[in-house]
Design a protein around this ligand. Sequence first.
Ligand SMILES: CC(C)(COP(=O)(O)OP(=O)(O)OC[C@H]1O[C@@H](n2cnc3c(N)ncnc32)[C@H](O)[C@@H]1OP(=O)(O)O)[C@@H](O)C(=O)NCCC(=O)NCCS
Length: 182
Amino acid sequence: MTHNETGDEISIRPASAADGDEIAALHCASWRDVYADVLDRAYLAGPIEADRRAVWSDRLAHPCAAQSVLVAQTPEQAIAGFVCLFRESDPRWGSLIDNLHVHPALRGRHIGERLLHAAVAELEPDQPFHLWVFEANVAATRFYQRLGGVISERALDDMPAARGAPILRITWPGAASLLVRD
Ligand SMILES: CC(C)(COP(=O)(O)OP(=O)(O)OC[C@H]1O[C@@H](n2cnc3c(N)ncnc32)[C@H](O)[C@@H]1OP(=O)(O)O)[C@@H](O)C(=O)NCCC(=O)NCCS
């Protein structure tokens, strides 16, 4: 995967069903990288692959009306990152960002920030949105806080592989409150 220092050559487009396997592979690589000490080792070693493939093939083959999946694409047509939004998922906290991942080799080039802005661009400025992040993922939590997100709640993850690891709900009161990083 080639890239420049800023990631400016990356384009963002809606995902199609043909992207499912590549998104699933990137999702696996990212979770294995970031959650090696959070998710169950046996799950990360094997079942994660079929699990993520099933999730993404279903989401992209049978998208619900509330769902938008966007991918960041390199000039060589490789997927550099992805984001999934579910509109109006929660009566209080609004739309849900469910998964934001950037290829480990391409992090820190504002691709994640661009994906997040592109995903919420379809919301009205005053429509709230939120996401969940593992408390152990300090770097991502700081990234969201720098973009104006606020920790509003702490809970325990109910995914079996997470074994009750703590998660934080990060909220924005409206799409307009998603900041641009300095
Ligand atoms: C969190 C993430 C989506 C941000 O995307 P990105 O393109 O790297 O982010 P940007 O370039 O827009 O912003 C960089 C900031 O992200 C944060 N960050 C989080 N994890 C990082 C990583 N592994 N490498 C570099 N920066 C990271 C840093 O705070 C960084 O700010 P800094 O440069 O001032 O230190 C991306 O780093 C990623 O995919 N991380 C692993 C998966 C993950 O944690 N996803 C979120 C799950 S809720």
